[in-house]
Structure formats: structure tokens, C-alpha cells
Ligand binder design. Structure first.
Ligand SMILES: *C1O[C@H](CO)[C@@H](O)[C@H](O)[C@H]1NC(C)=O
Ligand SMILES: *[C@@H]1O[C@H](CO)[C@@H](O)[C@H](O)[C@H]1NC(C)=O
Ligand SMILES: *[C@@H]1O[C@H](CO)[C@@H](O)[C@H](O)[C@H]1NC(C)=O
Ligand SMILES: *[C@@H]1O[C@H](CO)[C@@H](O)[C@H](O)[C@H]1NC(C)=O
Ligand SMILES: *[C@@H]1O[C@H](CO)[C@@H](O)[C@H](O)[C@H]1NC(C)=O
Ligand SMILES: *[C@@H]1O[C@H](CO)[C@@H](O)[C@H](O)[C@H]1NC(C)=O
Ligand SMILES: [Ca+2]
Ligand SMILES: [Ca+2]
Length: 572
């Protein structure tokens, strides 16, 4: 038994070690792997993430997660017949807009080639609006719709109880770009998103960046990049109008200085560059920590500037090895020779997604095939299995607990706006911080996940502190934040912030993921236990036998000493 365990341990260790991708498209979608992946969200309220896919630009099919292959099955459809005639779906934002703890589906559509964007929310009502962003803007954990109706004024539409109420949103007027990449996130660490709305400015002169500028070819992403726990600004840019030269800049939070973290896009004689953004394919980096080292990596689609072919590439967040990035200490390294990504021709979009809900981020890549209207979906499983750990946190709306209206599944739905942060000490005893906002962006295929996976690196220590905050009501001063301590690594937490104004009573459901390394440890431990038990058994048995023969021999000797002289006596 022990030998068998040891052999299996060796076998497993030998099998998984490097970073490799495996095409699991057929397992995931069967033959249904076409369409544009538009959003992720738990529609079925089973705490498993479902996938929202747009087909032929005019239909929405929701693929629900299932435990049998194919793991995602098309179950809920919004067909052409339901929508007004000649409707083009431009984006999908799932969320609970009326606060009944059931997920609603918001579509932004263009009807009959109109320039105006119409917002349709799927419970029957509909509203017209400009560019939209969903966020829990008034702090009631019901996402509201934020947009431009009469430019430049932004307005918020509250839909609590399905009654639309319009308010002016921001005191300053903001010019929104199409596509925009606005984000709601907690930049000042008061655990409240929504205080900060990033301003959009028109396209600036190429090359120099004075402010946060977002435009068609400038996209902007907020994510921690250097691992100090603060949210930094990352900006992928085209440096010229034709986008022959690209770069990624980073500004540390609170700093106005933009630092180059990637500028070398040349490999083996081919110069690659970003693909200039358009509404159907905005220029964006999609973040995820694929190797769980605590530093978010990115997926991006690049274009061969001489040939025009497009491929998805993984940008790994590595220590800075160039003078240009020394002040931030990190830079991106492009995995040029990742053959599984390279095998997908004409990639259009690439994003991270945890396929098997095991805490390891896998990848979804969309590609365009000749003569097909719909994009092809490729699912690549990440077989990364180093001794690295993670914590996965999903914050629900928590508008109800077990007493949800109409007997819906408890605890609520995925929620934009929460903020998650941890601080811990790594295996070398250094403080390590990381933070992320959940669903901080929603419009224009931002494809953010309804959960946060934070890599912990190689430290298998308990996570010292995990903080979760949610937006608060305007005018409220108390921070809505709760701290959990001593979280086991590789756990998946579902945080239920119920009731919102009493963080003390928030609860978290913990799911442990038996990752291979944990499983191996368990097997090895059981093996060792069995081994020790066997040894103890043998020793015990031997002891018993020996004691028995010993006492027996002793009596014999005693008996013998009575009748025969002992050898010593003989000698005398
Ligand atoms: C949505 O609005 C459009 C036009 O504003 C209207 O024609 C349509 O009937 C509305 N749909 C529903 C379900 O109310
Ligand atoms: C939804 O559409 C898919 C593919 O178009 C189809 O296979 C499925 O049966 C439809 N489901 C429903 C409930 O109509
Ligand atoms: C677009 O919206 C504006 C302002 O709301 C309105 O005046 C105009 O008629 C709309 N255009 C179309 C084509 O619906
Ligand atoms: C982590 O955050 C804590 C509290 O905000 C701070 O005291 C500490 O310096 C941070 N550590 C690092 C490495 O940034
Ligand atoms: C280092 O940075 C400079 C200036 O940004 C750039 O030209 C050069 O290619 C970079 N070198 C490497 C190895 O990335
Ligand atoms: C880029 O395109 C050029 C021209 O078509 C081609 O020769 C080159 O092999 C391509 N590079 C890669 C890496 O595919
Ligand atoms: Ca709802
Ligand atoms: Ca990483």
C-alpha cells in the first residue's frame, strides 16, 4: 500500500510540472462552439459560472454549466423573434437590476442601423440610453445603469423594483467614448467603488500621454500589476495611427508618471502590434494570474504587421529586466512560442476563464474562420501544476439570505463593485499584498469574471487577512468591509454580504479545492500513516512474540536452575 502510494506520488509528480495547454473545446461545448462570448455570470444561481454567447449578432444563447459533458449546454435563448426587427446586439451585461435576487440580462442593441443605443433588460421593460456601464452606483447593491442621454450629462437610471428613476450621475460632465473602458473601482482603499469615475478625453497626439486618456485605440485597464496591493493603471496603446508600433504603459496609483512595461513586439523578424480597437473588438488586455504567482498576467491578440495574421499571446508579468521599467519593478514578457495559442489562426479575442471551477484560470480564444458569420470558440485548459496556491472569492449581492422572495435560490447573484484584498506573509517572511475589484467593467466585451482569483505564489501558509468590501450608500460614512483571517490556501470563498449595513454578520461559504498537490499530500500522508501503522503492527507483534518466548525461557531457566546446575556452576 505504502509502496503503491509512493509510486503514484512519483507518477503524478512526474506527469504535471510545466505549463501546457490542452484543447478541451469538445468537452466544453460539443459541436456548439460558435458565437461571440459576450459575458460570464451565474444565471442559473447554482454558483457555477454560465457563459453568455451572441450568435449572428442578433441572438443571445446562455450556456449553463453542467456536470456532464459537454460541460456547457445551450439552455436559454433570446431569439431574433423576441427582439425588434433588425436588431444588432452590441453587448450583454448580466446582473440583478431590480433587486429581486434573480439575474436579469441587459442587452445593448442597435435597432435598424440607428446610431442610438437601446438598452433592453430582460424581464420585459426597456429603456433607451447612450453608452452604458453597470455599477452599483447608489450603493444599494442593485446595479444601476450609467450612461449618457443628453451629452455631456451622465445619468443614472435606478431600476429598484423595476421602476426607472433618473438622476444626474456625476457633478462634472464627462465625455464618454465609444467604445469606452470606464471602470468603477476603489482607488483610494476605502473599500468603496464608484467614488472614482475615470474621465475620458479625446485622442491625444500619438506617443505622448499626459493624462489618463482613453480613446478608440487607447484602452485602459485597472489592475494590480506590481504586487504591492495598490491598483495601478495599465494602458495598452498604439503609438501611430496605423498601429504599427505598440506599447503598454503603467502608472502607479497616485502617480502621474507613465512607465513603459512592454515595448518590444519583435520576434524572429516579425513585428507584431495591437489590433486597433473597434466596437466589436475593443483593444483590451484581459487579466488573470495563470501561474498563481500573485502577479496578474494578461492575454492579448496581436497582429502581424507585415502579414496581417492575428494570434493570441500570453503576456507574463515578470520582474523588470530593462532600465525603462525599473521604477515599477515589473514588466511583461510575451510567450512568443506558446504553440497551442499559435495554432489558432485569426484570433479575435482571448480571455481567462476557470473552466472546471478549480481555481486555475484556463483560456477561451475566439477566432474567425473563412466564410463563417460566427466566431469559433476554442477552450484551452491550463495544466499548470506547480506548487502555487490561490484564493478564489465570489461576492454575491446578498440582498436576501435563506428567505429570498419567490423562493429563489438563496444568497443572491454575482455583483459588480466589490473589492477584495489580502495581506499575508510569504514563505520568506515578506509581507505580500494583492487586491482586485470584482466586475469593475461591464460594457464592450470587457469579459470580466464574476469572481476574483488571487494567486498566492508558493507560500502554502494560511492567508493572514482577507478583506472584502462593498459599495456604500451615498452620504454614509461607515465602511462596509469585513475581514476574514487564517484562510486556507486553495479555497474558494463565496461571500454573502447580508445584511449590507452590518458587515459583522456577513458570512462566507468555503469550498476547498483538492488541487493535485493537495491530493498528493493527502495520498502521501495516508501512505505514510499506513506504512507507520504496518511498522507499528510488526514491532508490536514482534514484541509480543519476544516477551512470550522471553517469559517462557525465563521460567524454563528458573526451572532448570532447580534441577541442573547452570553453566556458570558447571565451571566452578
Ligand atoms: C420596448 O420599447 C419599444 C420601443 O421603445 C417598444 O416598441 C416595445 O414594445 C417595448 N417592448 C416591451 C416588451 O415593452
Ligand atoms: C437554443 O439554441 C440552441 C442553438 O441554437 C438550441 O440547440 C437549443 O435547443 C435552443 N434552446 C431553447 C430552449 O430554445
Ligand atoms: C436618437 O436619440 C435622439 C435623442 O434622444 C433622438 O432625437 C433621435 O431621434 C434618435 N434617433 C433615432 C434614429 O432613433
Ligand atoms: C500591505 O498592506 C499593509 C496595510 O495596508 C501595509 O502596511 C504593508 O506595508 C503592505 N505591504 C506591502 C508589501 O506593500
Ligand atoms: C528596453 O526598453 C527600451 C526602451 O523602452 C526598448 O527599446 C528595448 O527594446 C527594451 N529591451 C528589452 C529587452 O525589452
Ligand atoms: C508575418 O507575415 C509575413 C508576411 O506574410 C510572413 O512572411 C511571416 O512569416 C509572418 N510571421 C509570422 C510569425 O507568422
Ligand atoms: Ca432581477
Ligand atoms: Ca502571474
Amino acid at each position: 500500500m505504502a509502496l503503491f502510494s509512493l509510486i503514484s506520488v512519483l507518477f503524478f509528480v512526474g506527469k504535471h510540472n510545466a505549463f501546457a495547454l490542452q484543447d478541451v473545446t469538445a468537452d466544453l461545448f460539443g459541436a456548439e462552439n460558435h458565437g461571440t462570448v459576450a459575458a460570464f455570470g451565474d444565471f442559473f444561481a447554482d454558483k457555477q459560472t454560465d457563459i453568455f454567447i451572441i450568435r449572428e449578432q442578433s441572438e443571445l444563447v446562455i450556456f449553463l454549466a453542467d456536470s456532464k459533458t459537454p460541460y456547457f449546454k445551450p439552455k436559454v435563448n433570446i431569439t431574433k423573434d423576441i427582439l425588434p426587427r433588425d436588431t444588432v446586439i452590441t453587448s450583454v451585461v448580466p446582473g440583478d437590476y431590480d433587486g429581486d435576487s434573480q439575474m436579469d440580462v441587459l442587452l445593448t442593441v442597435q435597432i435598424q442601423k440607428s446610431k442610438n443605443t437601446t438598452v433592453l433588460i430582460f424581464w420585459g421593460n426597456n429603456q433607451t440610453l447612450g453608452t452604458i456601464t453597470v455599477n452599483s452606483f447608489n450603493g444599494d447593491m442593485i446595479p444601476d445603469i450609467f450612461g449618457v442621454v443628453n451629452p455631456p450629462l451622465t445619468e443614472v437610471c435606478y431600476l429598484t423594483n423595476r421602476i426607472p428613476v433618473w438622476r444626474n450621475a456625476l457633478s462634472s460632465s464627462v465625455k464618454m467614448r465609444v467604445p469606452h473602458s470606464n471602470a468603477f473601482i476603489d482607488l483610494n482603499k476605502d473599500f468603496t467603488a464608484g467614488d472614482t469615475v475615470l474621465e475620458n478625453k479625446g485622442p491625444t497626439s500619438t506617443g505622448t500621454i499626459q493624462h489618463c486618456c482613453f480613446s478608440m485605440s487607447f484602452s485602459h485597464c485597472l489592475f494590480l500589476a506590481d504586487g504591492d496591493g495598490d491598483q495601478d493603471h495599465l494602458l495598452p496603446v498604439c503609438l501611430d495611427a496605423a498601429c504599427q508600433h505598440s506599447a503598454i504603459y503603467l502608472a502607479k496609483s497616485g502617480s502621474k508618471e507613465w512607465v513603459t512595461v512592454l515595448s518590444d513586439f519583435q520576434w524572429k523578424g516579425t513585428v507584431w502590434s495591437f489590433v486597433p480597437g473597434k466596437p466589436s473588438q475593443p483593444l483590451a488586455l484581459h487579466f488573470g494570474d495563470y501561474n498563481l504567482d500573485g502577479f496578474p498576467d494578461a492575454l492579448v491578440v496581436l497582429r502581424n504587421t507585415s502579414g496581417g495574421g492575428q494570434q493570441a499571446f500570453l503576456l507574463e508579468n515578470v520582474p523588470c529586466s530593462n532600465t525603462s521599467c525599473q521604477s515599477v519593478g515589473r514588466m511583461f514578457h510575451i510567450h512568443w512560442d506558446q504553440s497551442d495559442l499559435g495554432a489558432i489562426q485569426n484570433a479575435i479575442m482571448a480571455t481567462f476563464f476557470d473552466i472546471y471551477e478549480d481555481g486555475i484560470l484556463d483560456m477561451l480564444v475566439l477566432s474567425q474562420a473563412e466564410g463563417k458569420n460566427d466566431l469559433i470558440i476554442h477552450a484551452l485548459k491550463n495544466n499548470f501544476e506547480a506548487d502555487a496556491y490561490f484564493v478564489k472569492v465570489m461576492v454575491l449581492s446578498g440582498l436576501c439570505f435563506n428567505d429570498c422572495p419567490e423562493d429563489v435560490k438563496p444568497f443572491g447573484v454575482n455583483q459588480p463593485g466589490p473589492y477584495v484584498m489580502y495581506t499575508t506573509t510569504d514563505s520568506n517572511g515578506y509581507l505580500k499584498n494583492a487586491s482586485a475589484g470584482q466586475l469593475s467593467q461591464s460594457a464592450h466585451f470587457s469579459l470580466q469574471l464574476p469572481y476574483t482569483v488571487l494567486g498566492l505564489g508558493r507560500s502554502a501558509n494560511f492567508l493572514d487577512h482577507l478583506f472584502v468590501g462593498i459599495p456604500r450608500q451615498p452620504g454614509e460614512t461607515e465602511i462596509r468591509m469585513k475581514e476574514w483571517t487564517a484562510i486556507i490556501p486553495n479555497s474558494q470563498l463565496i461571500v454573502i454580504p447580508f445584511p449590507h449595513n452590518k458587515p459583522r454578520s456577513w458570512s462566507a461559504k468555503l469550498y476547498l479545492t483538492p488541487s493535485n498537490s493537495v491530493l498528493l499530500t493527502a495520498i502521501a500522508l495516508i501512505g505514510v500513516c499506513v506504512f507507520i501503522l504496518v511498522i507499528i503492527g510488526i514491532l508490536h507483534w514482534q514484541e509480543k512474540v519476544r516477551t512470550h518466548t522471553h517469559t517462557h525461557a525465563h521460567t524454563q531457566i528458573q526451572w532448570c536452575s532447580k534441577c541442573w546446575p547452570l553453566p556458570g556452576d558447571l565451571l566452578l
